[in-house]
Design a protein around this ligand. Structure first.
Ligand SMILES: [Mn+2]
Length: 282
């Protein structure tokens, strides 16, 4: 008899890596995930988390921001937008050179997201396979210890990271080797380099929870070769179809999902997907 009752579908999450101004690649992936191909509407069972760096590199930064803005208006419970270092460039905190800049209305939209809380630093994703903290570049052990006061769950870490928006914005934008040339085990969640800062920072601490990040990769996706110290590469497995890399650490996993779109979109990539065992939290 129970077969005759409508069965609610299991809530699921899709974590989308860096988009880099590639609106076609984003639209294609959203339809694959079940979005309506004509209206773009995200299905009721699906929550999207996007890890930031929606702009730059590709030709469509303005269109990507407009599309994300439409989701944040129409389906705010279905789209969680994280900040990347490229969005940070327009928020008065991070200094690096980028050309061309996005247009002024797009800058205004990014600033509005940051000021009204539509764009945050972190989300926590509970799954049957464990709880994952999602940030742009990853939470280093040094940042976890020195700035956050060692939260033990992904949900606590997400809350602590997002509370920095009101209290300690400079900490959010703390840089690392990619800006300074000096490796730091306490690089910030928008800037940590996966092979040289994020993963090595956890070698001497047990990870309290697993993580998903974009921003940088251990893998050179154009060749499939792993880069970085052997202690990092020997712990890392990769999937060249999804462009996901998984580094197995003591206490958890660090999963990188930046597809590395450039002036052209990546030929193959997909979001990281899982069934949810509770709501995504921030
Ligand atoms: Mn980035």
């Amino acid at each position: 008899m129970t077969d005759l009752l409508p069965r609610p579908s299991t809530p699921r999450v899709a974590v989308i890596g860096d988009i880099g101004g590639q609106v076609g690649a984003l639209r294609y992936e959203l339809v694959r995930l079940g979005a309506d191909p004509h209206t773009g509407v995200i299905p009721a069972d699906l929550t999207i988390v996007q890890v930031g760096d929606v702009i730059h590199r590709g030709p469509d930064s303005e269109e990507v921001v407009a599309l994300v803005d439409s989701y944040l208006h129409r389906q705010p419970d279905h789209w969680i937008q994280l900040i990347g270092n490229h969005e940070g460039l327009y928020l008065g905190q991070t200094a690096f050179e980028w050309s061309p800049r996005v247009d002024d209305p797009t800058i205004a939209t990014l600033r509005r997201w940051w000021e009204d809380g539509s764009m945050v630093v972190a989300a926590a994703v509970p799954t049957a396979d464990g709880d994952f903290l999602v940030t742009h570049a990853g939470l280093t052990a040094g940042f976890w210890r020195s700035v956050l006061d060692v939260p033990h769950t992904a949900a606590q870490a997400a809350t602590a990271l997002n509370s920095l928006i009101a209290n300690r914005q400079a900490a959010i934008f703390r840089s690392g080797v990619m800006l300074t040339g000096r490796k730091s085990g306490a690089a910030g969640p928008l800037w940590a380099s996966a092979p040289t800062e994020l993963v090595p920072s956890w070698f001497h601490s047990t990870m309290p929870f697993s993580q998903i990040h974009g921003h940088s990769s251990i893998t050179d996706w154009s060749t499939g070769e792993l880069r970085g110290p052997a202690a990092v590469t020997t712990r890392t497995s990769l999937n060249l179809i999804t462009r996901h890399e998984t580094t197995t650490m003591r206490g958890g996993r660090i999963i990188g999902i930046d597809p590395d779109h450039g002036a052209d979109p990546a030929p193959l990539w997909s979001a990281w997907e899982a069934d949810l065992t509770g709501p995504v939290s921030m």
